[in-house]
Every structure is written in structure tokens, then in C-alpha cells.
Write a protein that binds this ligand. Structure first.
Ligand SMILES: [Zn+2]
Ligand SMILES: [Zn+2]
Length: 222
């Protein structure tokens, strides 16, 4: 039997529909359903341009919200997070990226080198992840016959493996939703380093302003 013949023996598997009612993307042909949601999805399906659902500006790319509105929502979320004092030692994390700071020095170096102000970086505490929990029931779920008991002695082995996993921490760190207070950051960064950071930030801003005015001037043909 040829491949084509083999393919067409599944006569019941498909049906040709002459008319389906509902919304279809004109570009890719995907069917999205009959209701308002279907209309919305079909119109947006292959569109690379959206209207921001918060402010109404046109957004390019796959986003449904413009960058300014996304930033506004993130800033509001960050402002509402729990605050706790930092002891200067606990690892911190940039809430907006996966950059970690394992010491005050590392944080100071980063802010100084990149000329980032303490008020523009959104920091949070980094938390150590928990070890995975090993259990035979999940491991053997698809391999044991129905109603079969787990092999004798499994509890002992489970406890042993879990103790081993716990002992061999540390596991990777994650950013949390707890934010170091500004006063504790200032205290542990120290006045001198903070002054240096602020100086670098001012220099960078001045450079950027000069570049922008040069660019504007060259655009005007001066
Ligand atoms: Zn489409
Ligand atoms: Zn917007």
C-alpha cells in the first residue's frame, strides 16, 4: 500500500465542512469561535500591531500593552511589596532581572560602574530555593500495576534520599517579593559610596543630555 493509500484509510477521522459560522483570522485561517471573544482573537491573531488596553496608543510587536503602561503597572506592584530592613549581608536581587548581589560590595560596584541610582534599581531579597521532595509514589506512578503496593522499605529509602537532598543544599536562589527598605540600603552602602554612585549617575545623565542635543542639532542640519 502506498503512503497516500495508507493515509486515506482513516475515512472517519476527518470531515469537510462547507460552512462554519464564526470568526476566522484572514491571514492564517485559524478559527476563533462565534462570540465577541472570538472576534477579538481573530482580529488580533496575526496582527503585529495592537491598541494598548490601558492608554490606547498603538503598540508594535506581540504586546497588548505599551511599554509606559507596563512599566506603570510594574512600579505600582513593586511599591506595594512587603518591606524589610537589610542587614548588609543577605543576598539581594534585581527584581526586574535575574541579577544577584551576594555582598554590599557587589551591589556598590554594579551601581557605580553602570551609573544606576539607588532609586531607579528595584531590589528585592534573594531566597534560597527548597530541595525537591523525592517520593516513590510519583516516581512509579506509571509503572506499577493498578492497586499494587509500593515495594517494601520504600519509606526508609525516601527519608534517606530526602535527608541527602536537604544536606546537599544550597540550591539555587530566586528573587522574592520582599524589598529591602531604602534606609537600610543607604546605611549599608555608606555615604561615601552613595555619593560616588550619585556622581556617576549625574555624569551619565549629563552625557546623555549632551548626546541628545547634538543629535537634535544634526537633525536640524546645523
Ligand atoms: Zn492568524
Ligand atoms: Zn499604554
Amino acid at each position: 500500500m502506498s503512503v497516500k493509500e495508507a493515509k486515506y484509510q482513516y475515512t472517519e477521522a476527518a470531515e469537510y465542512l462547507k460552512s462554519i459560522e464564526g470568526w476566522v483570522c484572514k491571514n492564517c485561517g485559524r478559527y476563533w469561535g462565534i462570540d465577541d471573544h472570538g472576534e477579538h482573537m481573530a482580529r488580533y491573531c496575526c496582527t503585529r500591531e495592537h491598541v494598548c488596553d490601558m492608554c490606547g496608543v498603538i503598540v508594535k510587536g506581540g504586546y497588548t500593552r505599551c511599554e509606559a503602561c507596563r512599566e506603570k503597572v510594574r512600579a505600582e506592584r513593586y511599591a506595594k511589596l512587603e518591606r524589610r530592613d537589610w542587614d548588609g549581608d543577605a543576598p539581594l536581587c534585581d527584581w526586574d532581572s535575574d541579577r544577584f548581589f551576594w555582598s554590599a560590595e557587589q551591589l556598590i560596584d554594579y551601581l557605580t560602574d553602570e551609573a544606576i541610582s539607588l532609586d531607579s534599581i528595584r531590589l528585592c531579597f534573594a531566597e534560597e530555593g527548597k530541595p525537591p521532595v523525592f517520593d516513590f509514589a510519583s516516581l512509579l506512578e506509571d509503572h506499577l500495576p493498578d492497586d499494587a503496593d509500593l515495594p517494601d522499605g520504600y519509606e526508609k529509602l525516601e527519608a534517606h534520599v530526602n535527608a541527602f537532598l536537604k544536606k546537599h543544599a544550597p540550591y539555587c536562589y530566586w528573587g522574592s517579593n520582599v524589598v529591602p527598605t531604602r534606609s537600610s540600603l543607604v546605611e549599608h552602602i555608606g555615604e561615601d559610596d552613595l555619593a560616588e554612585i550619585n556622581k556617576r549617575v549625574a555624569e551619565r545623565e549629563a552625557d546623555e543630555a549632551e548626546e541628545a542635543s547634538l543629535a537634535a542639532a544634526s537633525e536640524k542640519g546645523w
